[in-house]
Write a protein that binds this ligand. Structure first.
Ligand code: AMP
Ligand code: ZN
Length: 112
């Protein structure tokens, strides 16, 4: 999709530090990390938010969690723990309108 920063990353039109990629998802380092590990896991389909998901998109969401497990092991946070965050809409502070999941860990995270 034109003018979508994550679609541009997916198509490698702008640089990013990619840590994983397959046909369904891409994962790359967040530009402004809030913890020692902060990876964005992004479905390759341009879905605007969690509210736009359909039954057919289930494969993208399950793949996000499978990839999160793998990256957590690689980054050494599988045992210590981590958080997977999806911001949806204005009140949640969603700034990029292409669904994405933050994988955050490597320090004690505050309670929500
Ligand atoms: P959200 O607030 O949930 O929409 O999160 C968007 C995230 O994308 C923020 O944590 C940003 O730091 C991150 N971000 C924005 N642009 C880029 C980029 N070009 N490369 C990597 N991360 C980015
Ligand atoms: Zn997009």
């Amino acid at each position: 999709m034109e003018d979508c920063i994550f679609c541009k990353i997916i198509h490698q039109e702008i640089p990013s530090k990619i840590v994983f990629e397959n046909d369904l998802v891409i994962a790359f380092e967040d530009l402004n990390p809030v913890a020692p590990v902060h990876i964005l896991i992004v479905p390759k389909k341009h879905i605007k938010s969690a509210m736009e998901l359909t039954e057919d998109d289930a494969k993208f969401v399950s793949e996000v969690y499978m990839v999160a497990q793998q990256i957590a092991k690689e980054k050494g946070i599988a045992e210590s723990g981590f958080r997977i965050v999806n911001n949806c809409g204005e009140d949640a502070g969603q700034t990029v309108k292409h669904i994405h999941f933050h994988l955050i860990g490597g320090k004690e995270l505050g309670t929500m």
